[in-house]
Design a protein around this ligand. Structure first.
Ligand code: NAD
Length: 309
């Protein structure tokens, strides 16, 4: 049976790992948070849903201690932790010559980063619409429904794509193969590059941000900048569609009552994924001669806030 490692078993890695384990797959959670790993091994991982709280027995291990080889490694660290995690896994020889890497992290540039470890034909990129939370070490909060779009990073489809898709679906994760995963990745990154930093800088929920009458005037120029960088990378995004998606998050009935994850990260004294959102857009802009003053400024503002941690 396929050996699956979930590298970065926080909130979202926990969700994917638990669902695959419950479907009978051979899954190991790999993480660097010792208290979390110990608690999972001692008591199982606690899952709280809208209706139920229960525990799932699932092996967890610190990445430095891993000794087995995995056929599939799902990477769900925060974006800034991914390379260090993969380097540790490579150093402990648990990436073999056929190991597939599947990233479902938010942000941009993961294909390039993962290609330092395996050939592109073994890299799969996913975008997930599931959400997940951590209530503490070993304690997951899994509410709502979601889905996953995946595609092999070179756009090809192989037996492994179908096998991974099948495993995700057998696990109830509602996955489908995308014919343009980069468009989905950039669309989600646009949403995250607008609402995450702006709500964080302003210390507002998504609803509070959207309640400002002139919020459109703040986000349209930012979307324009991102669309132009995406275009220079060969990815065609529709400004109107993006604007509508962002505004659809404002109502209290959708995501309005939430503070975006970046806000929560800073509040919890953790660094943010800004360098993989606005920061990566600004870096691409520089490379491709597309001006990105807004994305650069936003990146600096969040770095300034990170200095207060
Ligand atoms: P997370 O912060 O829950 O976990 C990421 C890593 O940080 C894990 O290794 C975890 O063990 C560690 N960690 C978490 N809390 C810690 C603490 N208090 N002390 C020490 N280590 C700690 O991150 P996540 O929300 O699972 O996100 C992983 C990736 O998935 C990110 O790229 C994120 O943007 C993306 N994503 C998350 C969600 C979501 O709803 N959580 C949704 C879609 C995409």
């Amino acid at each position: 049976m396929y050996k699956i490692g979930i590298a970065g078993a926080g909130a979202m890695g926990g969700r994917i790992g638990v669902y695959m384990k419950e479907a009978g797959y051979n899954v190991t959670l790999i993480d660097n948070w010792e208290e979390h790993v110990n608690r999972i091994n001692d008591n199982g991982i606690e899952v709280q849903t809208e209706t139920n709280t229960y525990s799932v027995e699932i092996p967890a291990i610190l990445s430095k201690d891993v000794s087995e080889k995995f056929d599939l490694i799902v990477i769900l660290t925060k974006a800034m932790q991914a390379e260090e995690m993969l380097q540790q896994l490579q150093d402990t020889n648990c990436i073999h010559e056929g190991t597939a890497l599947l990233s479902m992290m938010n942000g941009l540039g993961h294909k390039e980063r993962l290609s330092k470890f395996v050939p592109i034909s073994q890299i799969y990129l996913g975008v997930t619409m599931w959400t997940a939370g951590l209530r503490g070490p070993g304690q997951l909060l899994l509410e709502g429904e979601g889905g996953i779009d995946i595609q092999r990073a070179d756009g090809e489809q192989d037996e492994n794509t179908k096998y991974i898709l099948n495993m995700l679906n057998e696990s109830g994760l509602n996955a489908k193969i995308s014919d343009d995963v980069f468009k989905s990745i950039w669309s989600k990154a646009t949403l995250n590059s607008v609402l995450n930093p702006l709500c964080t800088i302003l210390d507002k929920t998504i609803y509070e941000f959207g309640s400002y009458q002139e919020s459109k005037q703040m986000i349209i120029p930012l979307i324009k900048e991102i669309v132009l960088v995406a275009q220079a990378k060969g990815i065609h995004l529709d400004r109107e569609v993006l604007l509508n998606k962002i505004e659809a998050a404002y109502p209290k009935e959708t995501q309005g009552l939430h503070y975006p994850s970046m806000h929560q990260d800073l509040k919890n004294g953790r660094l943010t994924e800004i360098d993989y959102l606005n920061g990566q857009i600004a870096a691409y802009g520089k490379e491709l001669n597309v001006p990105t003053p807004l994305n650069s400024m936003i990146t600096h503002l969040i770095h300034q806030l990170e200095m207060k941690i």
